[in-house]
Design a protein around this ligand. Sequence first.
Ligand code: ZN
Length: 256
Amino acid sequence: MNKIDTVSDIVLQSKKIVVFTGAGISTESGIPDFRSPGGIWDRFDPNELTYQKFLSSQISREKYWERQKILWPLIAAAKPNPGHCAIAELYRMDKLDCVITQNGDDLHQKSGVPEERVIELHGTFKRAICLECGQKYPGEEVQVRLESGEKVPTCIICGGIMKPDVVSFGQAMPERETREAEKRSATCDLFLVAGSSLVVYPAARMPLIAKNNGAKLVIINLTPTPHDRYADIVINGQTGEVLSQIVEQVKAKSKK
Ligand SMILES: [Zn+2]
């Protein structure tokens, strides 16, 4: 019995699956993983774009918004790939409890998983937020301002500093989402990691919470992760390909 076969059996037996996704699932849709170097993104070193620097330095804010300006068209045009679609299929089969994602690219929602089933642990690029008054602005609206020459947009209501509503290095994780993710991880029967190297804490704690509460743990990632030894099954491969194969088998077996 191969691993795909085994995982499809586990999925069939599961009723409350939590899928945990990271940058690895979205690179197949053309969204860059900022922690892997390459091309124009090398100009935007995450260590230079920490939350502390964003708050304290105008130059850092300009750089951050310059990245957002280049990134926005990619996010707006990105389409879900077979990995996202396979997860949406689990939702339609009534197997999915929720998706916990480290990505802020909206691709799970675009693939058909309802908004309320997606927990965005690191926020989202699709809107900006005023750090003073909390007012939120849609990404496309801010993009218009950036393209008309604003280097660092400020809040229209209070004049405060605005930031893409995504968690930067050094910035606290959103409380409500973190609590919700921990709760869902503790009560699922299968925790399926797809495209995360599980190195960013506290996000990487979730699979351990699941495992400690009796869930099965399956990890699908291109490269090994520090949590592989706790997993029931580890598959090293492209998430799009692996997830679609698993879901295809689940469908075939459930027809029998
Ligand atoms: Zn404001």
